[in-house]
Design a protein around this ligand. Structure first.
Ligand code: PBG
Ligand code: ZN
Length: 334
């Protein structure tokens, strides 16, 4: 749509847009964007060998939980209407090969089984498929001669995805930004008779300083270098569309853009140019920014959370991963 002075404007009476803003009932009737609890996915951090819930300084209000607490956590979410979770594991063992990431009794695999056993298909279980929490160096892939080796990493990532599927995950979300990861995982899942397990591709995952609270929580800060050789530059919107196109070609079921709030242009563009469901990940730093301002009394938390999440939906996101899922659900249910 082009917005400019229209030819018929001359001589017409004032257009009174305020007519439709007059009362709450009228405003409700005309509301264009509707955020729903069904759009929201809640992250959960499960930590191996933890005995009780642990608060995290860099993300006030968010906790790492032991596997024994996962049923309670999912119950609390589902009581609020949130029926989708994304699991992040915090293992006790790290090594160069990320072995605890694909172990049968790994923390994520264990958690998936627990949730599945207790909730059956009432909850959609998504898992983050990456290596950074599991490697000693903290990179998302396997390091060979000081470099993150793409194709060697693919072998490990496919094992991780298959182990999550085996444990009962509904969807796996590869987030390592290795080239070909969606294709490799799709092939492995199909070969292992997990044809029904979907892939949410972290397609346009940007190298962003907004992940730092997450890395604190997940203990996944890289020990050397940074992630710019695999995560995208936020300067390159066309490259982001290329990443998305590649993931669609490789067999992704849902594409993701991450972070969310500073990337609404990309969400909008993806929505206009693809037909796949679009997931936006409103990351840890986005949460931390709101939280810090609210805790200092500078903004009203509930209103800002509502505005920000609605904006992400308005831009075109069908699904939103947010650390505010539970709170937003409670607000929507009021
Ligand atoms: C794992 C992963 C990260 C996030 C999601 N999956 C961290 C990273 O890439 O360093 C970030 C999530 C957040 O900040 O909330 N690779
Ligand atoms: Zn990673």
């Amino acid at each position: 749509m082009k917005i400019g002075r229209s030819e018929r404007s001359a001589g017409y009476p004032v257009v009174r847009l305020r007519r439709l803003r007059r009362t709450p009932a009228i405003r409700d009737l005309l509301q264009e964007t509707h955020l729903s609890v069904k759009d929201l996915i809640s992250p959960i951090f499960v930590q191996e060998q933890l005995t009780k819930r642990e608060a995290i300084q860099s993300m006030p209000g968010i906790e790492r939980i032991p596997a024994s607490e996962i049923i309670d956590e999912v119950q609390a979410l589902s009581d609020n209407g949130i029926r989708s979770i994304i699991l992040f594991g915090v293992p006790s063992h790290k090594d160069a090969k990320a072995q605890s990431a694909f172990s049968d009794d790994g923390i994520v695999q264990q958690s998936i089984r627990e949730v599945r056993k207790h909730f059956g298909d009432k909850v959609a279980i998504i898992t983050d498929v990456c290596l950074c929490q599991y490697t000693t160096h903290g990179h998302c892939g396997i390091v060979v001669r000081e470099k993150v080796d793409n194709d060697v990493s693919l072998r490990t990532l496919t094992r991780v995805a298959a182990s999550h599927a085996e444990a009962g995950a509904d969807m796996v979300a590869p987030s390592a930004m290795m080239d070909g990861q969606v294709k490799a995982i799709r092939e492995r899942l199909d070969a292992n008779s997990f044809k029904d397990v979907a892939i949410i591709a972290y397609s346009a995952k940007h190298a962003s300083p907004l992940y730092s609270p997450f890395r604190d929580v997940a203990c996944s800060q890289p020990r050397f270098g940074d992630r710019t050789t695999y995560q995208m530059s936020y300067n390159n919107p066309r490259e982001a569309m290329h990443e998305i196109q590649m993931d669609i070609d490789e067999g992704a079921d849902i594409i993701m853009i991450k972070p969310a709030l500073p990337y609404l242009d990309l969400i909008y563009h993806a929505k206009e140019n693809t037909n796949l469901p679009i997931c936006a990940f409103s990351v840890s730093g986005e949460y931390a920014l709101i939280k810090a301002a609210a805790d200092n009394g500078l903004i009203h938390e509930d209103s800002v959370v509502t505005e920000f999440l609605t904006s992400i939906k308005r831009a075109g996101a069908d699904l939103i991963i947010t650390y505010y899922a539970k709170k937003m659900a409670a607000l929507l249910n009021e």
